[in-house]
Write a protein that binds this ligand. Structure first.
Ligand code: CMC
Length: 429
């Protein structure tokens, strides 16, 4: 007999089916709760709410496990290319040679963006945050490709939109950087692979030849893979909810970029480096900053610490910490901020406040240090996260449609004023 959960409300007993996932995770299916009982659930921040059944990413926060379509993040980061992982996330299987070469070819040939977009960049003020520019630019892609707005388009047309988006995000990200530098944009090169092309668009100058450093290229490939998906996080959930209204993929991903920007999500990588620099400038008194983070009257938090689902360790942070050491050594970079990061980690990990709450360094704690070593400016860190997360957002959007999921529309418990009469202005208190 299949398992059920019993709920007693107002002396009446109700039964709800129990759903068991592929890794034995358990969920109570309450989709008929309101219809049968008149009650809804209340769950701020969706801490206990499964919004879907997904086959994309498996995450076990207690044991620090993260797998894309069954493959461990450790193995993929070590052996795969970012485009292979993108294919895996979006289509469900690793590509064979023919599939990968078609995918790469298609991505390579959609990298150009419409020349009119240059005037959008010109209109942004100098120093505009690149995440604000990126989110606007990605949303505006839907206006250049009106076919993407048709909710009933064919699988082939959806595929074209997906390839366009993967191809154009790096072009637009690099253009946002060039805008802030005041440098001419560098057009994409079809003879380079994904990471090589992006680095060239970022760092090539018309005055000199450019060749990407293979160490930098390989570190970038690893970072993008580590960020590629993370199941129902804030931005992925946003992409799914926006997409559930049948909004087009470009607009849905633009909303995901906005969600990622916040310092509690992807924006933490920028906030971490800014925090570490402030600690250094303040004389390096780590205990003072740890005490500040523990003080409930102070809103300061140790950025890069804690995670909604990892309460033991973040497997991505483990890989990134090792990669940070390797990349800095290979590039001969001596970054004092890395030393502060390591010391801070030790102070926090030995403090009962952090241990009791399961607050460990997350993926963003060390990623900024690698980005600095790769010469990526601090305000571009979250853009780098977005580049990595894109295949995950696409996979989530596609799966949500393939599952025929209904429009996302949570309920609420109303706690405002009861019905009252409108009073003329002279009779109000
Ligand atoms: N520093 C100090 N205290 C913290 C921190 C922190 N970084 N994170 C959580 N806490 C405390 C929090 O005050 C609360 O304490 P208490 O139980 O006494 O009220 C307890 O730990 C639980 O925190 P929470 O806010 O209820 O946990 P959450 O699951 O809602 O939030 C989080 C998770 C990631 C938003 C939070 O840990 C945080 O703000 N971390 C810093 C920002 C950060 O690094 N974000 C990047 C996350 S990784 C990238 C990504 O995947 O998005």
């Amino acid at each position: 007999m299949s398992e059920t959960a019993r709920l007693i409300l107002d002396g009446k007993e109700y039964e709800f089916p129990v759903i068991t996932g592929a890794e034995n995770e358990k969920a109570i299916d309450i989709s008929k709760l309101r219809a049968t009982t008149g009650y809804i659930t209340l769950d701020y921040g969706f801490k206990n709410t499964g919004s879907t059944q997904s086959a994309i990413t498996y995450l076990d926060g207690e044991n620090g496990i993260l797998r894309y379509r069954g493959y461990t993040i450790e193995e993929l980061a070590e052996k795969a290319s970012f485009l292979e992982v993108s294919y895996l996330l979006i289509y469900g299987e690793l590509p064979n040679t023919k599939q990968l070469s078609y995918f790469q070819e298609s991505i390579t040939h959609h990298t150009l963006v419409h020349e009119n977009m240059k005037s959008f960049f010109e209109a942004f003020p100098p120093g505009a945050h690149p995440m604000g520019m990126l989110s606007s630019m990605i949303s505006s892609l839907s206006t250049f490709y009106p076919d993407s707005q048709n909710p009933n388009r064919s699988v082939v047309d959806i595929e074209k939109t997906i390839h366009r988006l993967i191809a154009k995000l790096p072009t637009l990200a690099a253009q946002a950087y060039k805008h802030n530098m005041g440098h001419p944009i560098v057009y994409p090169s079809n003879d380079l692979d994904y990471c090589g092309n992006f680095l060239k668009m970022m760092f090539a100058l018309p005055t000199e030849d450019y060749e990407a450093n293979p160490i930098v290229e390989s570190a970038l490939n690893k970072l993008l893979i580590l960020h590629a998906d993370h199941e129902q996080n804030c931005s992925a959930a946003t992409v799914r909810v926006v997409g559930s209204s049948q909004a087009n993929l470009f607009s849905s991903v633009s909303a995901g970029i906005a969600a990622l920007w916040g310092p509690l999500h992807g924006g933490a990588n920028q906030a971490v480096i800014e925090m570490l620099e402030s600690i250094k400038e303040d004389g390096g008194n780590l205990q003072k900053w740890v005490d500040k983070a523990k003080d409930k009257t102070d809103s300061f938090r140790l950025m890069g610490f804690g995670h909604r689902v990892y309460k033991n360790f973040d497997p991505r942070a483990k890989i990134i910490k090792k990669a940070a050491d390797e990349v800095l050594a290979q590039l001969g970079v001596d970054d004092p901020v890395l030393d502060i990061a390591k010391e801070l980690e030790q102070v926090a990990l030995n403090d009962p406040y952090f241990v009791e709450r399961g607050l460990y360094p997350n993926v963003d704690f060390y990623s900024g240090i690698i980005y600095r070593a790769l010469n990526i400016p601090t305000d571009m860190f979250t853009v780098m996260f977005a580049l990595g997360r894109l295949p995950g957002w696409i996979a989530q959007w596609k799966e949500m449609h393939e599952n025929n999921e209904p429009i996302g529309r949570p309920r609420q418990v109303y706690i405002g004023a009861n019905e009252r009469s409108y009073l003329p202005i002279d009779q109000r208190g």
